[in-house]
Design a protein around this ligand. Structure first.
Ligand code: GLA
Length: 407
């Protein structure tokens, strides 16, 4: 070979292998550019998962209008797996999933939806099923062959494992398997995954322990250890983490409890509004096959979902707190602000948001739209005030008027 063509071929080879090597460590920038939306079995069904229930849920995702509203992923959480075979391959429960996981994924895909599975970075999952430790590359190949689009990777039974290295390992394995798979880091915030989750190719990371279906406070686990968290307890733990989120890499305050029965509809509206303000993954956790219309209306409110899915990917923050009364605000890509006026107290209260809190000058005139009433409320200058029901929110979009911007 002529020397120059040898050097040319060598550089092409280096370029190709170099980019492969990079691909193994870095997530594709096209993953999860807005917070993932879907459904997961755990919050409602726990270990009671089955082929029929998951297919029924996928059907319901279409019939209920959730797919139209943007929900994509149908995710099976813990307990789908029972053992490993003689070659170390993970085995799905043959009683509960008699057609296997590939057939189930194919069914979900046939509806235009995506399919997610759960495993664990340790030797066993949290429910004691086989974990992924030592089988990362083998499992990634299996998941890719089954058509898995989303992997939630838990942190039980990890003894002395290093969290960052463990998640980097499973991401490299998924990338090597050659299928784009969203990686959901479920490490509960213990090793501050917001500091390294993006670097290891995580697309979302849990910031806290598990959510529980109640408004506030915590609940001890059955073994007496502490604790799962009510919605407000989780909300408070998000303060200060905002800057770590962005397109492709999101803080995950855990899956939604909307519709599971432990909160009132007003409280569920607050939960859904705040998660959208936080640019949180919207992973429903209720029985989609048997939703009351009120719950369906919450989960499919397109104006609130549009806030969650705003392409700027700017997570909202608490901009004001006075006792039980809080203002949360989020910058949107069109220059407007999404604002949640939150009343944590048990009596109706008036709450104001001042333009200064939103980064707007006082003189600015802005139109205000109520995202739950689906109503334009008119133009306001300097501040906006509303009466907010107990445990409720008023969620608005505040958009500077064009004439105001020209001032
Ligand atoms: C942990 C996770 C939950 C769920 C269960 C399954 O508690 O944080 O979200 O996946 O395990 O066992």
């Amino acid at each position: 070979m002529h020397r120059s063509s040898f050097i040319f071929s060598l550089s092409v080879w280096l370029l190709i292998t170099g980019s492969f090597a990079q691909e193994n460590n870095v997530p594709s920038p096209a993953f999860a550019l807005t917070p993932p939306m879907g459904w997961n079995s755990w919050n409602k069904f726990g270990c009671n998962v089955s082929d029929g229930m998951i297919r029924g849920t996928a059907d319901a995702m279409i019939k209920s209008g959730m797919k139209d509203a943007g929900y994509q992923y149908v995710n099976v959480d813990d307990c789908w797996q029972v053992s490993r075979d003689a070659n170390g391959n993970i085995v799905a429960d043959p009683q509960r999933f008699p057609y296997g996981m590939k057939a189930l994924a194919d069914y979900v895909h046939s509806l235009g939806l995506k399919f997610g599975l759960y495993s664990d970075a340790g030797s066993k999952t949290c429910a004691g099923r086989p974990g992924g430790l030592g089988h990362e590359y083998q499992d990634a190949l299996t998941y890719a062959a089954w058509g898995v689009d989303y992997l939630k990777y838990d942190w039980c039974n990890t003894t002395t494992q290093d969290a960052k290295a463990s998640y980097a390992n499973i991401r490299a394995a998924l990338n090597a398997a050659g299928r784009p798979i969203v990686l959901s880091i479920c490490e509960w915030g213990t090793a501050k995954p917001w500091l390294w989750g993006k670097d290891v190719g995580g697309n979302l990371w849990r910031t806290t322990g598990d959510i529980t279906d109640k408004w506030s406070g915590q609940t001890k686990w059955p073994d007496g250890s502490c604790c799962s968290n009510g919605m407000l307890a989780i909300l408070d733990l998000q303060v200060g983490l905002e800057s770590y989120a962005g397109p492709g890499h999101w803080n995950d305050p855990d899956m939604l409890e909307v519709g599971n029965g432990g909160m009132t509809d007003a409280e569920y509206r607050s939960h859904f509004s705040l998660w959208s303000l936080l640019a949180a993954p919207l992973i429903a956790g209720n029985d989609l096959r048997a939703m009351r219309p009120q719950i369906q209306a919450i989960l499919t409110n397109k104006e609130v979902i549009a806030v969650d899915q705003d392409v700027l990917g700017h997570e909202g923050t608490r901009v004001n707190k006075s006792g039980d009364l809080e203002v949360w605000a989020r910058q949107l890509s069109d220059g407007s602000r999404a604002v949640v006026l939150l009343n944590r107290g048990s009596a109706e209260q008036e709450i104001s948001t001042h333009w200064q809190d939103l980064g707007y000058p006082d003189y600015l005139s802005a139109s205000v739209r109520d995202l739950w009433a689906h109503k334009d409320l008119g133009k306001f200058t300097g501040k906006f005030t509303a009466r907010v029901a107990p445990h409720g929110v008023v969620m608005v979009k505040i958009r500077p008027s064009d004439s105001s911007l020209k001032q």
